[in-house]
Ligand binder design. Sequence first.
Ligand SMILES: [Fe+2]
Ligand SMILES: [Fe+2]
Length: 483
Amino acid sequence: MNVDLNSKIPNNVGLADDRKLQKALEAWQPNFIEWWMDMGPDGFQTDEIFLRTAVSVEPSGWAHFEHVKMPDYRWGIFLTPAEQDRMIGFGDHIGDKAWDKVPGDWRTELRRIIVTQGDTEPASVEQQRQLGKSAPSLYDLRNLFQVNVEEGRHLWAMVYLLHKYFGRDGREEAEDLLVRRSGHVDNPRILGAFNEPISDWLSFYCFTMFTDRDGKYQLGALAESGFTPLASSCQFMLTEEAHHMFVGETGIRRIVQRTVELMKEAPDGDVSTAGGIPLELVQRYVNRWFSVSMDLFGGEDSSNAATYFAGGLKGRFREGSDKKITDHVALEGHYGAFAPGPDGTPVSKEIQLRRAMNLVLRDGYEVDCMRGVNTWNRILKKAGVDFEFTLPHYRFHRTQGLWTSCNYDPQGNPVDDATWEKRKDEWLPSEADEAYIASLMQPCYEPGKIAGWIAPPKHGINHQGFDFEYVKFDADDPYVRAR
Ligand SMILES: [Fe+2]
Ligand SMILES: [Fe+2]
């Protein structure tokens, strides 16, 4: 696939050879920029940010780093080239030639999958739009904007599919992706977690740790799709997604590191007197964001999931390459699960394997989250601190799926309403927690300096040091002048 970096829309999909599509996307482009200016980062649009731009899909050198103003970022369309003679790898059509065009039978389902994925991308940019004003360092500010521009590119990836393969209704869906607004009363984003406000950096790190990781698993499952353009788009999005999760996982690790340092200094171990973030408070944020991200996987026993698998539209994570997966038809067999019995107590429930695909994906996600959490625990262990981070039980604080009719504590035991009311501030961020975190959110914009509640990173970006000028402020930026 040839990479065209010089046209209005950088791409490796041969856009110049498809005039009609090129024109349609070039007409969508100003609307995207308008959305970016309205709903992207509030301020900072004239500053020079040290950003990574995708310039190819070669694993060896796909990214280019330089200082650019965000509105000048080159949002492009890049697909990982598909293997020759690709075949559908699972479901009822297993072994058939993979689709280069939308199969008529699955048009509605594929459109819904693409729109749902596409909707999350601008949503997260909207959720994070105020965070620039309180970044703990220039390094973090740059990482925030990197995540934001790449979510914008992921939107482009999905809009390309809608325009190219779904005709008029695809174009209408692409317009709507710029019209819905995160948290809007009348016209919200499609999925719950993408309507939750992200107003502080602890929430941002939790979001990129847990919610972007849901994205990794969804994209990983769609990268198996029998519809090759979708598979190729998602494959390349995964490359960028890794950095987003890195930002979250290491962000919390750096908070833990700093808290441990402050615990040694604080006479009674109370780090809040020294402007640090107590470990119990971090755990409550983890509880919130892990549970809302679990909701994104959908129902545990799901006819949609079965349909998507049967149709060859959405597979399991690494369906094709995971050697542990041997049965790619999944017509037989069950997945062991639980469902609420009387009084909410769990009773075992066997779910037909195809109907359990959301749960299969979610269980893999949970293991991956735990791996990250363990890296935080290693810091605590090394420092001799008697505290261990955990993930709350999957039954805790759920608003989707089987476990919504009763309350559960973080260990997964059913609790009555009175107990929940009495104890919920132990388990989820309280108003006092949020007020305390808000009080810490002061920007620190001097190269090499960092806010007091978080440790600096071990390494900078692209071989630069931590003291590198990751953001060069424009002297005319009203925010700079206000400071
Ligand atoms: Fe994304
Ligand atoms: Fe992301």
